[in-house]
Design a binder for this molecule. Structure first.
Ligand code: HEM
Length: 422
């Protein structure tokens, strides 16, 4: 993709480097990240919420930080609890019960919960789900394919993961549209539990709690039943833990997958040579380029721009910077995955890239639990769209596309397309 010029480091107007978190940055943060990687690889900045945090942008530092036991996921380690008024985006500040999920806890609690959930959410369960993901995908495409136009975020990327995870969990069909609405509220308002978002989060948790309670007496062949069954040397998830787990699976697996499909299609539209390569390979019945291609799309413009919050439990050096105990550290996955020290030609999309150990799914003990499901959904969604609607194209100039401006996630608000109706 074309590479706008980074803010000049010598520019006296910007001695601190490029402006972060404004509209231009939300549209294309990569030039700013390139500047940070080179000039201030571990950079202290004030976030729009007012909280100060370190941004880690080099691949080697990012990988180290993601696996570093001195960085805790527990927000109780944050040195500035005065900020904890619930507007910072730091999870768990307001709702104690949100604290019990995997992304907010450290070993040994994390080890125990992750082991139990891994017994239920297995690659085999995901593999068995393959035909159903294809059916859901086809069904969504059939709803708009005769129209010749669609918004692929709202009509496709958004419903697919929500229906997929609902079905996997065992949410009855007649209740799945409620989830769609609650999730829609959460994504439209960009996260933080406020107003309607707080209400949606509460409704979802209440519903899941009741469902788990009901399923206890009537176990079936679904993920929630497996969460209830999961045991490790006699240890089980409590009902509250199973509820928090079902919630985090929905929460972590939803907007991420929306963005994988949206950002992925966007990158393909902007790189027609790569898109043609992929289409030719799919038409020839091959799957290798699709598999490496989805990994490359995750590296090139992945859904999770910054890994979730981490807090230093003791002072230490990271990439030559002194991090104080209590400091928040945000690992910028999007910057690390374009580090020229790690990836040849990092700003080029190359769907057949080998040696592609990107950090799009994180690294270390919090490595994405849902990666097999995300890969399945991403590959099925992109392949089906490109095969069924081969002349799919953007219906607006690329400059008119708007990105949601959240801190952690990167994704498009809408993706209007047109194609020959079927
Ligand atoms: C963790 C990315 C889809 C469930 C993570 C992390 C990343 C990530 C970067 C680590 C965050 C950190 O260390 O701060 C993605 C991407 C996805 C995706 C890019 C889609 C393309 C999913 C799906 C599910 C899921 C579909 C489940 C249905 C989880 C869970 C964790 C996690 C439960 C927490 C693991 C732990 O703390 O041990 N994901 N994810 N993710 N992801 Fe995903």
């Amino acid at each position: 993709m074309h590479e706008p010029t980074p803010a000049a480091p010598e520019d006296p107007a910007s001695p601190q480097g490029p402006t972060l978190f404004d509209w231009e940055f939300a549209t294309d943060p990569y030039p700013a990240y390139a500047w940070l990687r080179e000039h201030a690889p571990v950079h202290r900045t004030k976030l729009p919420s007012g909280v100060e945090a370190w941004l880690v942008t080099r691949y080697a530092d990012a990988r180290q930080a993601l696996a570093d036991q001195r960085l805790s996921k527990n927000p109780a380690h944050h040195a500035e609890p005065a900020h904890a008024k619930g507007k910072t985006g730091i999870p768990g500040e307001r709702k104690a019960e949100l604290m019990t999920h995997l992304l907010n806890i450290d070993p040994p609690d994390h080890t125990r919960l992750r082991r139990l959930v891994s017994k239920a959410f297995t690659p085999r369960r995901v593999a068995e789900f393959t035909p159903r993901v294809q059916e859901l995908t086809d069904h969504l495409i059939e709803r708009f394919e005769s129209r010749g136009e669609a918004d692929l975020i709202h009509e496709f990327a958004f419903p697919l993961p929500i229906y997929a995870i609902c079905e996997m969990l065992g949410v009855p069909r007649e209740d799945q549209d409620d989830f769609r609405d609650w999730a829609g509220m959460m994504i439209r308002h960009g996260g933080g539990p406020r107003g309607g978002v707080a209400r949606s989060v509460k409704q979802m948790r209440t519903y899941l709690g009741e469902l788990i309670h009901r399923k206890r007496d009537d176990l079936g062949d679904d993920l929630i039943s497996d969460l209830i069954r999961a045991s490790d040397h006699g240890d089980h998830l409590t009902e509250a833990e199973a509820t928090a787990m079902a919630f985090i699976l929905l929460f972590a697996g939803f907007e991420t997958t929306v963005n994988l499909i949206g950002n992925g299609l966007h990158a393909l539209f902007m790189n027609p040579d790569q898109r043609e390569r992929l289409q030719a390979s799919l038409a020839a019945g091959e799957s290798a380029l699709l598999a490496t291609g989805v990994e490359e799309l995750l590296r090139y413009d992945g859904p999770v721009e910054l890994a979730t919050w981490r807090f230093a439990t003791e002072p230490f050096l990271l990439g030559g910077q002194h991090i104080a105990a209590g400091d928040p550290v945000l690992v910028v996955l999007a910057a690390a995955d374009r580090d020229p020290e790690r990836f040849a030609d990092p700003d080029t999309l190359d769907l057949s890239r080998s040696d592609n150990q990107h950090l799009g799914y994180g690294h270390g003990i919090h490595y994405c639990l849902g990666a097999p499901l995300a890969r399945l959904e991403g590959q099925t969604a992109l392949a089906s769209l490109l095969m069924r609607l081969p002349d799919l194209e953007l219906a607006v100039p690329p400059a008119d596309l708007r990105w949601r401006g959240g801190l952690i996630m990167r994704g498009l608000r809408t993706l209007p397309v047109r194609f020959t109706p079927r």
